[in-house]
Design a protein around this ligand. Structure first.
Ligand code: ZN
Length: 174
């Protein structure tokens, strides 16, 4: 079963040693500068040591990025793994009936709501880290790139109309 929305990790947090796992899928709908062709899918595992919540996750997705040289759109498959730990405060309820342990998270955005993890925000962190810095199209950096040739010509010679004018002028002089 694939989960949408918050993941309830309370059972793991109140019972150190109990491992929970979730299958997740998200399309990160609130992301404007990100072009996903396929949703992010993967799994998240959570286990608590008592004073730390350990999270392990594996995700994959497919997105469109731009070639760093020529700006040509490229499809990239991304697979990434994440490992994080978060501090837990309080006594887990399994140690005493009046105990309650809670995750403490100092991220500037609400990664956790109580003991519920937001898988969209979590996977987003890993996605941005694993995005290629300088993706390149099939022509790479070296050698001729037909896409780059167009943009480079425009840069060197100014407006294409002016280049044609320049050509006529030199033909007149010849
Ligand atoms: Zn290129």
């Amino acid at each position: 079963m694939k989960h949408h929305g918050l993941l309830d990790l309370n059972e793991a947090i109140q019972n150190p040693g109990v491992k929970l796992s979730f299958e997740v899928q998200t399309e990160l709908p609130e992301e404007e500068d990100l072009d996903l062709i396929e949703p992010i899918t993967g799994s998240i595992e959570a286990v608590c040591t008592g004073n730390a919540l350990l999270i392990n996750a594996k995700f994959k997705t497919k997105c469109v990025v731009e070639c760093a040289r020529c700006g040509e759109p490229l499809e990239k498959e991304l697979a990434f793994e994440m490992e994080d730990d978060f501090a837990v405060e309080g006594v887990p309820s399994c140690y005493g009936s009046d105990g309650y342990a809670e995750v403490v998270c100092d991220e500037p955005y609400p990664l956790f709501k109580g003991n519920n993890l937001n898988p969209d925000l979590y996977s987003r962190q890993g996605l941005f880290v694993s995005m290629p810095d300088q993706p390149l199209c099939q022509f790479g950096w070296d050698g001729p790139c037909p896409n780059a040739a167009i943009t480079e010509k425009l840069k060197d010679g100014g407006h294409p109309g002016m280049q044609i004018l320049e050509q006529f002028r030199s033909e007149d002089n010849a």
